[in-house]
Design a protein around this ligand. Sequence first.
Ligand code: SAM
Length: 204
Amino acid sequence: MTDDASVPLTTTFWEQRYQDGKTGWDLGQPAPPFVALLASDQAPPPGRIAVLGAGSGQDALLFADRGFEVVGFDLAPTAIATATQAARDRQLAAQFLQRDIFNLEPEFASSFDYVLEHTCFCAIAPALRSDYVQLVHWLLRPGGELIALFWAHTMPGGPPFGSTVEELHQRFTAQFTLVSWAKATHSVPSRQDAEYLGRFRRSD
Ligand SMILES: C[S@@+](CC[C@H](N)C(=O)[O-])C[C@H]1O[C@@H](n2cnc3c(N)ncnc32)[C@H](O)[C@@H]1O
């Protein structure tokens, strides 16, 4: 789409994408690998979960529907309004807050059992990737878990910015204890063989 140096990844940038309906990342459904995970015998038990870059709330509301206490964060007011309305329509008790994930209030520190990642890591500037890993650690209580569906594509430019499987694995295992890591099953066709489902525990 463009390159790292030339994109001002501001609230205005993301809000404009929602207002223009240029939201090609939005699957219009929860990510199928998350649906499969929650239906499996590996499903995490319900707890308080932060959803980073929650967008229109598809994944967040899947977890809310399965009994998780959801707090979704996103920069774009339109995304927050859409997700909030969807929660109301479905009578789900999820909370959606318009925030920059890199500027969250201290009250959120160590306050989540889980963090959910899906196409937020690839949406931020690559220069912020170390900050993102630290942010996840900061949000999780000790023993809490990152549940991540990473899109390891190698298309030029961004967002979505590419990353290798090796980079993703290395960045998160450097900070967390690996629980599981595998190529995702049930990916949508456009992301087939390029998605990895990882679970990482905060152990310190
Ligand atoms: C590619 S979209 C993915 C949305 C959603 N996770 C999904 O899969 O449909 C990236 C989202 O992250 C949000 N975002 C980007 N940078 C952010 C930041 N610093 N803080 C909060 N949200 C951010 C954007 O507004 C956008 O909704």
